[in-house]
Design a protein around this ligand. Structure first.
Ligand SMILES: Cc1cc2nc3c(=O)[nH]c(=O)nc-3n(C[C@H](O)[C@H](O)[C@H](O)COP(=O)(O)OP(=O)(O)OC[C@H]3O[C@@H](n4cnc5c(N)ncnc54)[C@H](O)[C@@H]3O)c2cc1C
Ligand code: SF4
Length: 493
């Protein structure tokens, strides 16, 4: 185990962050690694408790508890504490194909389940994870693993997000010949053009893609299956197909005036900015730019927060973020007791930045958008809102009640709509003839098999918009199911 008394001696220290006012001047990653010595001290805080809940990876009433991919956290904490970095890396790669992604963007449900976290700040698991893999790349320990044998079986993976990439990696290592089809010009799915560069630099993704290519995986870009190649053509060419197409159909705002100029879906804004940054450092002029504008983000989640952080970097005049729900509590409640995700109030990167620049937290809670007023040319000018109260009905359900007298008019030039995703785009599943349930491709976590034999699904396409770590988990498990299918086919042939 780590140092037996480490948790009593050392304070939690997580990845260092550049000061908000400095980091909003650029789009580069703002998180910086701790020194090896600091990280060893952090590893020493792990208590190696009898039952390490941090790696159990289960959902308790819809809330994640522990690491979904079952990273064996106490083991690599101990290895880091003892300076055995390369062994820690090997241990980490056994359960996580892409720790450099999760070490940067995972919300770390593991830390919410850390036993030390019951009465002390949790072990800085995510920071340690990121450092192990970053050091691994720096030291040249991460090298292509070329499969020794090829099975002669072929698999097509549609979609190169974390689910598709994890499945591709696993199936390639099993010796199958894998081709990944991607309609975008680069691999990564939402990692590439959804999650902003300051949270995850795109070179980090490209580095992993190069490695996967060297290991034998073929990537075909700018190819939309269902349009450039039919489902039938694909099925005829491959022994198995995995649909890892995500759930990117965005929910639109449907209120009076929402068709006005300046109302933009959040992902369209974020994608335009990241694409322009990655392609040309903004020189192509393709990024939507809110410099000097009043911005309102509708939707209180993480996508909304990424819009806030992007707008503040573009030097907007003002930015506020509207959420329907009340402010989260500062401490766990009965519904979020340990080892569940604490779901408490946090001051995330975007809010720190707006607070530093404009002197206020940009979030507004329990607010309802009533209508948008446009000028004669259709350009948005005002957003009308009213505050609400969340009440518990006699039937046990929660309701929102408008509070008369709290109406407010907000001057606005841009409204970014971040009110969630409706599910999968239906055209491709329809072409494959697979069944949908609640706008998701139907398949169980037992075999990830759709209603069409030989066609599998994983990631957001199966579970709805979720997290990178769940997508990796599903990609890994779906790959195991595809492998079993190919083995069965080979035996019965
Ligand atoms: C703005 C934003 C920020 C986020 N931030 C975080 C975060 O900080 N941490 C976190 O854990 N999660 C975050 N998420 C969620 C996370 O990115 C997703 O859950 C994850 O990427 C899902 O992975 P996936 O592989 O299932 O699908 P996706 O990443 O959506 O990838 C699907 C891929 O399929 C491709 N595709 C679709 N249809 C076709 C077709 N017909 N032919 C060819 N290709 C096709 C798409 O182009 C895409 O590349 C964020 C999401 C958004 C929108
Ligand atoms: S992948 Fe996420 S949940 Fe798992 S150990 Fe890393 S930070 Fe924690």
């Amino acid at each position: 185990m780590g140092k037996p008394t480490g948790f009593m001696e050392f304070k939690r220290q997580k990845t260092k962050e550049q000061q908000p006012l400095a980091r909003i001047g650029h789009f580069e990653e703002y998180a910086q690694r701790l020194t090896d010595e600091q990280l060893q001290t952090q590893g020493a805080r792990c208590m190696d408790c009898g039952t390490p809940f941090c790696h159990m990876g289960i959902e308790i009433r819809g809330s994640a508890a522990g690491c979904p991919i079952n990273n064996v956290i106490p083991e690599w904490n101990d290895l880091v504490y003892n300076g055995k970095w390369q062994e820690a890396l090997d241990r980490l790669h056994l359960t996580n194909n892409f720790p450099e992604f999760t070490g940067r963007v995972c919300p770390a449900p593991c830390e919410g389940s850390c036993v030390l976290g019951i009465n002390e700040p949790a072990v800085a698991i995510k920071s340690i994870e990121r450092s192990i893999i970053d050091k691994g790349f720096e030291e040249g320990w991460v090298v292509p693993r070329i499969p020794r044998h090829r099975t002669g079986k072929t698999v097509a993976i549609i979609g190169s997000g974390p689910a598709g990439l994890a499945a591709a990696d696993e199936l390639n290592q099993q010796g199958h010949t894998v081709t990944v089809y991607e309609r975008s010009d680069r691999a990564g799915g939402l990692l590439m053009y959804g999650i902003p560069n300051m949270k995850l630099e795109k070179d980090v993704i490209e580095r992993r893609i190069q490695l996967l290519q060297q290991e034998g995986i073929t990537f075909v870009y700018n190819t939309e299956i269902g349009v450039d190649m039919t489902a039938e053509e694909l099925r005829a060419k491959y022994d198995a197909v995995l649909l890892a197409t995500g759930a990117q159909k965005q929910r639109a705002l449907r209120i009076e005036g929402s068709e006005g100029n300046g109302v933009v879906l959040a992902m369209d804004y974020l994608t335009s900015v990241t694409k322009s940054y990655v392609h040309s450092n903004f020189e192509d002029g393709q990024a939507m730019n809110v410099e000097g504008k009043n911005v309102i983000v509708i939707g209180g989640g993480d996508t909304g927060a990424d819009c806030v952080a992007t707008a503040i970097r573009q030097n907007c005049k003002s930015v506020v973020q509207f959420g329907k729900h009340p402010k989260l509590p500062n401490a766990r409640t009965e519904e979020t007791m340990w080892p569940k995700d604490p779901n408490t109030f946090t001051f995330d990167y975007a809010y720190e930045e707006v607070d530093a620049k404009l002197g206020r937290d940009p979030r507004e809670y329990c607010i309802h958008t009533e209508k948008i007023v446009c000028d004669r040319d259709g350009n948005i000018q005002e957003l009308h809102t009213i505050y609400m109260e969340k009440i518990l009905g006699e039937d046990g359900f929660h309701y929102f009640k408008e509070l008369p007298g709290t109406e407010k008019v907000w001057p606005v030039d841009y409204i970014f709509v971040a009110i969630g995703f409706e599910g999968v785009e239906k055209e491709l599943p329809e072409q494959f003839g697979v069944e949908l349930i609640n706008n998701r491709i139907a398949a169980t976590i037992k075999d990830y098999q759709t209603t069409v034999p030989g066609v599998f699904t994983a990631g957001d396409a199966r579970r709805g918009q979720s997290l990178v770590v769940w997508a990796i988990k599903e990609g890994r498990e779906a790959a195991a199911a595809v492998h079993q299918f190919l083995v069965r086919e080979a035996v019965s042939a």
